[in-house]
Design a protein around this ligand. Structure first.
Ligand SMILES: Cc1ncc(COP(=O)(O)O)c(C=O)c1O
Length: 387
């Protein structure tokens, strides 16, 4: 494979050529070569299911976990596969013991499903969910740190913080946030649903208590490939959402078997990481970041609006404001999305700071021309929404 990117390599994916794909962030897109690797595993599994599950899988899963751990800057026993970030966050949050009056802290751009999980565990134990305000647009690091610090009390038991926020695409200063929390005795669960493959990771140095990530987004693994990292001293009392045969037998034993599922997305991860490395690895992440910045600037200038992040907090997703007002509800975004889809494209839309914001993604198969095409489509989309 060459270092050519953009439309020159789009044939590596099965993407619909008639649709403008600028939303890699939501679900990723799996390249053909990775799907083929997954098919190979599936054939092995179905040739002799009994042999596969009882004899081959335990070792194959740990071998894939070793490759994953290397990519994360961790040891193989520190990581287990989970189907997705939601499941990983559920495992941690449902495992921690809470007393009435305890506080669970998140930042205001928290992913809705994870906030719901926090509400659920708080309701069970008489604890409380507290939110620290993330200013938007273009927040600075000092204000974010100070808002989190102000929200910590003697009752705060855990901070759940996104590595990269979902509605606003901000790459948060998680190393500083973790240090701040640890200084107050607060444990930190990093929700890195968008981290792996979008920004470099070195989990051992980072020192989070738990880090949950998706491999199916920015590493382009097959769908249903996520992981949970737990620091050595944070594994006792940590259990999967589904308790199975390994209960009480230790972190990897408990999570490696949670009942019969198709594990081929996990087993194809090494093929995805190979593909990602061949496209450039760290150089690809930097190229995607620069392309997202270019896309954001182009769109904001065409629309006469603004972008969401300062350069030091920007990743491969750029937020661009649309030139009308919108309340911050999920319902309000539905018609905007529908008109975008009717125009042959799609990206998440969130109501922040009084207006709708488009979240554009930049991945290996994207190039500037994609955002130029979007810039041509958007005036018609906006006219329809205003009219
Ligand atoms: C911050 C964050 N957490 C969790 C998730 C959920 O990911 P999944 O659906 O793979 O569980 C997302 C999805 O985009 C996200 O952005």
């Amino acid at each position: 494979m060459t270092n050519a990117l953009g439309s020159a390599i789009r044939h590596e994916w099965t993407l619909d050529p008639d649709f403008l794909t600028v939303n890699h962030g939501s679900y990723g897109a799996t390249p053909r070569v990775v799907l083929a690797a997954q098919d190979d595993w599936r054939r092995r599994m179905e040739a002799q299911p009994t042999r596969f599950f009882s004899r081959e899988l335990p070792e194959a899963l740990r071998a894939a976990a070793t490759v994953l751990a290397r990519a994360l800057g961790a040891e193989s026993d520190d990581v287990v596969f989970v189907p997705n970030a939601t499941t990983g966050c559920n495992a941690v949050l449902r495992s921690i013991r809470l007393e009435p009056g305890d506080e669970l802290l998140h930042a205001s751009h928290v992913y809705n499903a994870v906030r719901n999980t926090m509400i659920h565990v708080a309701e069970r134990s008489g604890a409380k969910v507290v939110s620290a305000e993330l200013p938007f647009p273009r927040p600075d690091k000092a204000t974010i740190l100070s808002n989190i610090e102000k929200a910590i009390t003697k009752k705060t038991r855990i901070l759940v913080i996104d590595h990269i926020t979902s509605p606003s695409g901000l790459v948060l200063p998680i190393a500083e946030i973790i240090a701040l929390c640890h200084a107050s005795g607060v444990r930190v669960l990093v929700d890195g649903a968008h981290g792996p493959g979008q920004v470099p990771l070195d989990l051992e140095t980072l020192g989070a208590d738990w880090y949950v990530g998706n491999c199916h987004k920015w590493w382009s693994a097959p769908k249903g490939c996520g992981f949970l990292y737990a620091r050595g001293d944070r594994r006792t009392e940590l259990h999967p959402v589904t308790i199975s045969h390994g209960y009480g037998a230790g972190f990897t034993q408990e999570f490696d078997w949670t009942g019969t599922v198709d594990p081929t997305a996990y087993l194809a991860l090494p093929a995805a990481l190979d593909f990602f490395a061949r496209l450039g690895g760290p150089a690809l992440m930097e190229r995607n970041r620069l392309l997202a910045a270019e896309a954001g600037a182009l769109l904001a200038s065409k629309l006469g609006t603004e972008i969401g992040a300062r350069p030091e907090m920007a990743g491969a997703m750029a937020l661009v404001r649309l030139p009308f007002e919108m309340p911050p509800t999920r319902e309000a975004a539905v018609p905007v999305r529908a008109v975008l889809q009717a125009a042959g494209t799609d990206c998440p839309v969130h109501g922040l700071a009084g207006g709708p914001w488009l979240r554009l993604s930049a991945y290996a198969y994207n190039e500037r021309a994609d955002y130029e095409r979007l810039a041509e489509l958007l005036p018609g989309v906006i006219d329809r929404l205003r009219g």
